[in-house]
Design a protein around this ligand. Structure first.
Ligand SMILES: [Fe+2]
Length: 196
């Protein structure tokens, strides 16, 4: 059983479709990250992947995992949580964890672990660092996503252009983020499609 944090608020959907091309999330750089999910009448659910051995429940609630003094490139990850009917999932829970820049997980505390909630329009935004690599895996971010009252989706997100993507047997192209590099920051985009 997952001990993912309990819900606050209640399950609800917005009835109207979003004006998706015109909605944006403001990245840390101050520039707007355009949100343009490719939605049809129904959209394939985001594939599930293993949580791996390093998940820890009860992560702190926060929008930034950045540690003071880290010299790693910053990563701003943003997007929507959507239903298969392409409706925004308000108040969806997203619980992230990843290794540090040296490829190590914090298995005693909560460095690079945290959860947050999508807003009323299903939008989420996380500030963190670009994680390192560790033996046997390409660069990735772990996440659990859950619509209020819905099933927990456990999956992983990947970076484009990584040479190890080709040799990592867990890697799936559908889980690759769109990433734009801006000097020492990368703006990443990924929309989750979950069963509400
Ligand atoms: Fe991992």
């Amino acid at each position: 059983m997952s001990r993912i944090p309990r819900w606050i608020g209640r399950r609800r959907f917005l009835g109207a479709a979003l004006a998706l091309p015109f909605v944006s999330i403001r990245a840390a750089s101050g520039q707007a990250l355009q949100l343009t999910p490719a939605c049809g009448e129904t959209t394939d659910r985001t594939p599930a992947q293993t949580a791996g051995p390093f998940y820890m429940p009860d992560s702190p609630r926060r929008n930034s995992l950045v540690e003071t003094g880290s010299g790693a490139d910053r990563l701003v990850l943003a997007g929507f949580v959507l239903s298969p009917q392409c409706k925004p999932v308000a108040n969806a829970l997203l619980d992230f964890w990843h290794c540090d820049e040296a490829g190590n997980y914090d298995n005693r505390g909560f460095r690079y672990r945290g959860h947050l909630f999508a807003d009323a329009q299903g939008r989420y935004r996380l500030e963190t660092i670009v994680p390192g690599e560790y033996p046997g895996r390409t660069r990735h971010i772990h996440v659990k996503v859950q619509a209020p009252g819905g099933r927990i989706l456990t999956t992983q997100l990947y970076f484009p252009g990584e040479s190890r993507n080709r040799s990592d047997w867990i890697y799936r192209p559908e889980l690759t983020m769109r990433v734009a590099r801006k000097s020492e920051q990368r703006d990443a985009r990924f929309d989750f499609v979950v069963t509400a």
